[in-house]
Design a binder for this molecule. Sequence first.
Ligand code: B12
Ligand code: SF4
Length: 499
Amino acid sequence: MKALLISPRCPDTFWSLRHAIQFSQAKALFPPLGLLTVASMLPREWSKKVVDLNVEPLTDAHLGWADIAFISAMSIHWDSVDEVIQRCKARGLKVVAGGPHFSRWPDGYKNVDHTVIGEAEEIMPALVQDLERGQAKPVYRAENFPELAETPPPAWELINLRDYLNVSAQFSRGCPFSCEFCDVVLLFGRRPRYKSVAQIIAELDALYRAGWRGEVMFVDDNFIGNPGKAKALLTAIVGWQQEHGYPFEFFTQASLNLAENPEMLSLMSQTGFKRIFIGIETTFTDSLTECHKHQNKDQDLIEAVRTLQGAGMEVMGGFIVGFDADPPTVFDDIVRFIQAAGIPRAMIGLLSAPPGTPLWDRLEKEGRLLGFPNGDNSMSTGALNIVPKMGREKLVSGYKSMAERLYDPAAYFDRVLTFFAHHRPNSSPRRGLPTAGELKSLLAILWTLGVRDSNRRAFWSFLGQVIRKHRHLFTEAIFTAACSHHFHIISRRFISEGK
Ligand code: B12
Ligand code: SF4
């Protein structure tokens, strides 16, 4: 059997980082980890090809080669998914679809032949057998959240790692919390399930052997969900990094209570963690109570961010506006917080209700649902599927004013400088001089932001301050500025929508 594994194209959104990636040799931000994991579950004797539409187009030759297509998608891929399915069907290919989008929206695609709902581990043996016998069913639903001990390493050999800016590894799935707006618990359950330390070390070995050097994201919903397991893994990676000459830098997602765990922070610092994404959501206790994010209450938020920065990590924060309890000052207050904390990459979103979440159920009862969200709730109104208490117009205009203020390049650079002022280098050795590829990117960024861009004054003033006060972070500063370029383009486009 010849299996064509297709990853749909991401639209040009906040997280596509497309206008920053253009400066590098990479073509996309992350490889499609779910699809590569599924590829490893297919029989060895099958021929496999991965086509990531963020890297290359899907050609008739690809479709002509294949006997069957496997598609993996998030809801944000909506448009591309429709097109891919139509093209596969037009060539007479059977389509197997899975991943978060199809798991949450299984009835949406009548032209998909076999929909996999949930995680693939326990389903694949039966699906493969049924496909080989020509008797596969329309729907396969995971009955359990599988243990990850048998999850195979991703099939890195099917892609060119150089096409990606970062790579990823997954240590755990699931989250013990129950934030009202989040569908992670529906998708992956409340009990975090883990791979073994040996499985992860084998994945790092495989990436190293495949020639990867650079950033690795642990795509866990909460890396420190089980602190004991996280510490055991970190201890093993410290040793691995030493043995291999520190080829990787890491980032991940975690809950804010990481700031209260100095031992974990010290281990993360020794391992080489550079960034951490935290769902801060809001600075208002009543809004945190409303969305059941109790774990963020009673914390001094600025103090927590400072602690993480002091451990060598840039804090990337997720923020939401549109809670019923949000006061009228919410937009100004959150912008002020983000500036003061020094969170350059702040992902601000409008509250939206993914289907099946407790928020969806509550708002349905209250008659405040407006249909399905489109999956993109950062710098877009496409996911706004609720009637907000403060009124849609007020919410959207306040939100746009946040985007305008936060992604003004001067404000962004101010945040980077605040972060740099509190940053302490992590205790793993820093990578050596920039590679030839990185130097090329540096020059391209300098040319675009420093010569051609209308915001070049802000850029040069920023660089001047970096050279005066934080020279050791010069390379970091240039790459961070490339992200500012992307966010500025996305925010301008969003702000002018509907004008
Ligand atoms: C890493 C990550 C990112 C990264 C990288 C994304 C990427 N390109 O890979 C970044 C930070 C960029 C990102 C961004 C976004 N993300 Co994200 N992200 C994740 C995260 C944490 C891990 C994804 C991952 O690699 N998982 C590991 C693999 C192994 O798991 P998996 O893909 O689910 O695959 C398993 C099954 O689903 C199934 N399966 C998957 N595909 C297929 C295909 C077939 C054929 C079969 C049979 C089975 C199958 O089998 C696999 C093994 O069991 C998930 C949450 C999570 N825990 O998965 C959210 C998640 C995927 N992201 C989500 C969202 C909403 C977003 C954003 C839209 C956020 C935003 N507001 O902007 C953006 C969109 C990005 C864009 N391009 O514009 C949602 C998607 C929800 C949905 N219904 O689609 C998730 C589920 C988190 C959540 N609930 O909020 N994200
Ligand atoms: S928002 Fe984060 S902490 Fe809350 S349930 Fe979702 S993954 Fe867990």
